[in-house]
Design a protein around this ligand. Structure first.
Ligand code: SAM
Length: 197
């Protein structure tokens, strides 16, 4: 099905950045996955992605959780939801963006040169992560430019996304300052120190 939501779509994920922009698309959110979807979005934000799309469905609770974190801890992370995944992929590709599908069945990030090839394009990335069994189409050229495995063992959308982003940004995202933060953690050897900015 092309569009099971009657909303017009124009993705509003424009973010000023010198690095290629990365937006994460989460496919397959179910009621029982609420917390996991929040965790995928928070992982995306904390590890350098510019935005997150919860495909096909809307979940105001998840959006509120993620937006609250962004408001308190800073940055310009954009959360979109309810957009049909096909439409996202179509628009992304029309803007010359690259689509990377994270899957245990793909090219191994450690033993292949997939990441090198992805980086060489210099293109903005739409990173698709699934939940339950994803549509077979995700593996096809019509949807994904790359199918990348974070090791060829099944694990989780959170762990695969974290490792992918960390390798993509080569760890630099971990020392990034989040602009406009109201709260900031001051790293300690022991204990917790949080200051108001
Ligand atoms: N049984 C599911 C399948 O056949 O796709 C596995 C789903 S897994 C719990 C949920 C998502 O985590 C997958 O859709 C994929 O995006 C991601 N994932 C899990 N293991 C991965 C791996 N080794 N490499 C890359 N992504 C992985």
């Amino acid at each position: 099905m092309w569009n099971n939501l009657a909303e017009p779509l124009t993705l509003n994920l424009e973010v000023e950045t010198e690095l290629p922009k990365v937006v994460v698309l989460r496919w397959g959110h179910r009621d029982r996955d609420k917390r996991l979807t929040s965790h995928v979005a928070l992982t995306a934000r904390a590890l350098g992605a510019s935005g997150f799309i919860l495909a096909d469905v809307k979940d105001e609770k998840v959006k509120a959780t993620v937006d609250k974190v962004t408001k308190q801890w800073g940055g310009t992370f954009k959360f979109e939801m309810g957009v049909p995944w096909r439409k996202v992929v179509k628009e992304w590709r029309a803007k010359n963006g690259l689509v990377v599908h994270l899957t245990a069945y793909g090219e191994n990030i450690q033993t292949s040169d997939a990441l090198k090839r992805i980086k060489a394009t210099g293109k903005d990335l739409l990173v698709i992560v699934g939940s339950r069994k994803v549509p077979t189409e995700f593996f096809s050229e019509a949807v994904s430019d790359y199918n990348v495995a974070i090791g060829n063992q099944p694990h989780s959308e959170c762990s695969s996304l974290a490792v992918f982003l960390d390798r993509l940004f080569e760890g630099q995202e971990l020392s990034k300052e989040f602009e406009g933060a109201k709260l900031k953690i001051i790293p300690q050897i022991r204990g917790k120190k949080v200051v108001r900015a």
